[in-house]
Design a protein around this ligand. Structure first.
Ligand code: PMP
Length: 400
């Protein structure tokens, strides 16, 4: 039969798929469900008053920046923000010029631009196991051959990485999340960072370092970023989503000079520039050290919630043989249920019992561990966490 539609989809459109998570989350969107499934920061942390004041200042009568902030702007981003980002990275040991900073519409756009600039059909890419689903979504339309590297509680294994590099063509890059990873909450310690960087340098394997959660540490800052260790071999992604608000859609790429012009051209094609008004308002909010006061309040809040969920998991799942990560920052705990259980199959039962999680399978580029699931602990109170983990415990025990 002749097709009735005049549209012929591109190969890359066929490679796109609906977010597995969004489909799963539909099950969880019942009223009254204690939701540990989402990946949202706590709205209680959004600095509404500071944002309101900054908007008023930017748009005040006689303000010199009011009209420029509403005009088309440069594709690279607002100079004040680019300089601020370079200065922040300098504090973490990474020496970069503001000229290397490209302000993006969220760091998610950074992933998309990197995919366009670095991936050909069939290009080999390496990722952690598991990894951030949104990155897989950004990469797959370019039809790469994505390969998972064995990872443990400290992130990607340096020896497994070395082995992978000893065979096959050189991958275009490895995508790494060293701090409080989404989805597992794990962190690469100093020794692992050194070992991984050594292997990457030796084999000339570039790194895409994604760091949206790095500021959300609980007791001490994480070791310095990979960018600080190999400036010409790392493209770094940062974001204002978790330290201010994700609705601003403000993120950034820090790229070596060899890569920057192409990322800029891809940015121009995508949207000309990141909203200038949002950039101006954020520059106004942060200019006097606001984040030095604000971010510690987010850390304290998430720290208490992390304590609550680890205590509740020990109580409810400890006796079942389940295992989970011990995040030292960020928003997530990763649970591995006892052998024989399947998190996806358990989800409807958990929802019936009043709580929701995300099954871990969609976060794997390769063969998934179907026992795994992700819990976000930042949008529930300690009392809700207790109640939610009690419901999870009940469902897991019943399934054993
Ligand atoms: N990378 C990771 C690891 C994330 O978890 C997220 C947000 N869920 C992003 C990138 C995208 O963040 P944004 O576009 O809001 O900066």
């Amino acid at each position: 039969m002749k097709s009735t539609t005049p549209w012929h989809l591109a190969e890359r459109a066929h490679a796109m798929n609906p977010s597995a998570i969004r489909e799963i989350l539909k099950v969880t969107e019942r009223p009254g469900i204690l939701n540990f499934a989402g990946g949202l920061p706590s709205p209680e942390t959004f600095p509404v008053d500071a944002m309101r004041a900054a908007c008023a200042t930017v748009l005040a009568e006689g303000s010199a920046v009011a009209r420029p902030s509403l005009q088309y702007a440069s594709s690279e981003g607002l100079p004040e923000l680019r300089a601020w980002i370079a200065a922040e990275l300098a504090k973490q040991g990474a020496t970069v010029s503001p000229d290397q900073v490209l302000i993006t519409t969220g760091s998610q756009q950074g992933l998309d631009l990197i995919a366009k600039v670095l991936i050909d059909k069939g290009s080999r890419l390496l990722v952690e196991s598991p990894t951030y689903l949104g990155a897989l979504q950004a990469f797959t339309p370019m039809q790469p051959a994505v390969e998972s590297i064995e990872s443990d509680s400290g992130g990607v294994s340096a020896s497994a990485l070395r082995e992978a590099l000893q065979k096959g063509e050189r991958p275009r890059f490895i995508y790494l999340l060293p701090n409080f990873q989404n989805p597992t909450g794990r962190t690469m310690d100093e020794a692992r960072r050194q070992a991984v960087i050594a292997v990457c340098r030796e084999h000339g394997l570039p790194i895409v370092e994604d760091n949206p959660y790095g500021e959300l540490w609980f007791d001490q800052p994480p070791p310095k970023p990979l960018l600080a260790r190999w400036p010409e071999g790392v493209v770094y992604l940062g974001s204002f989503s978790k330290i201010l608000a994700p609705g601003l859609r403000l993120g950034y790429i820090v790229a070596p000079p060899a890569l920057y012009p192409k990322l800029l051209q891809a940015k121009q094609a995508a949207d000309l520039h990141t909203p200038g008004f949002n950039q101006r308002v954020v520059a106004e909010v942060i200019k006097d050290g606001f984040l030095d006061r604000h971010v510690p309040t987010i850390r304290a809040r998430y720290h208490a919630q992390r304590d609550a969920i680890l205590a509740a998991l020990a109580r409810e799942l400890g006796p079942t043989g389940a295992e989970w990560t011990q995040p030292v920052g960020g928003m997530f705990v990763w649970v591995r249920l006892p052998d024989g259980l399947n998190a996806q199959a358990l989800l409807p039962k958990a929802v019936d019992a009043g709580m929701a999680f995300v099954p871990g399978a969609p976060f794997y580029a390769g063969a998934p561990d179907v026992r795994t699931l992700r819990l976000s602990f930042v949008t529930s109170t300690p009392a809700q966490i207790d109640q939610g983990m009690a419901a999870l415990g009940q469902v897991v025990r019943a399934a054993l």
